[in-house]
Design a protein around this ligand. Structure first.
Ligand SMILES: [Zn+2]
Length: 120
């Protein structure tokens, strides 16, 4: 599995894309830039950084493309981490939505309560 370092990906002519599990932000990865910043031996395998898109808390995973073949740059261990983060994110989002709804209900009750009653 040493074909997943930045250097060997470049050497093998692979294209790498990144995608966020949450906001679905998708794009081409600049391997040359990663090589410059982290060195040719930097492994892309199980490299799962957090999304930097706005306040997105998603995890980003990478996929290598060689010709028609695509390969997720994850071991089963990385996949488990990815899945765990995905589950956490899902729960966190439900909690966040509940809080927002509760806040809105409280705000409506304290200010617009009489308006809502006269609507019907
Ligand atoms: Zn994202």
């Amino acid at each position: 599995m040493n074909r997943t370092t930045v250097g060997s990906l470049i050497e093998g002519g692979a294209r790498v894309t990144r995608s966020c599990q949450w906001c679905k932000d998708f794009g081409e990865v600049d391997l040359q830039r990663i090589e410059r910043e982290r060195g040719a031996d930097f492994s892309m395998l199980d490299h799962l950084p957090l999304c930097t898109n706005g306040d997105c808390k998603g995890m980003i995973c990478f996929q290598a493309h060689r010709g028609m073949r695509a390969q997720w740059l994850m071991t089963p261990e990385g996949q488990a981490r990815f899945q765990a983060h995905s589950d956490w994110l899902f729960q966190a989002n439900i909690i966040e939505r509940r809080r927002q709804a509760q806040k809105q209900r409280r705000a409506a009750f304290s200010t617009g309560g009489t308006k809502a009653a006269s609507a019907d």
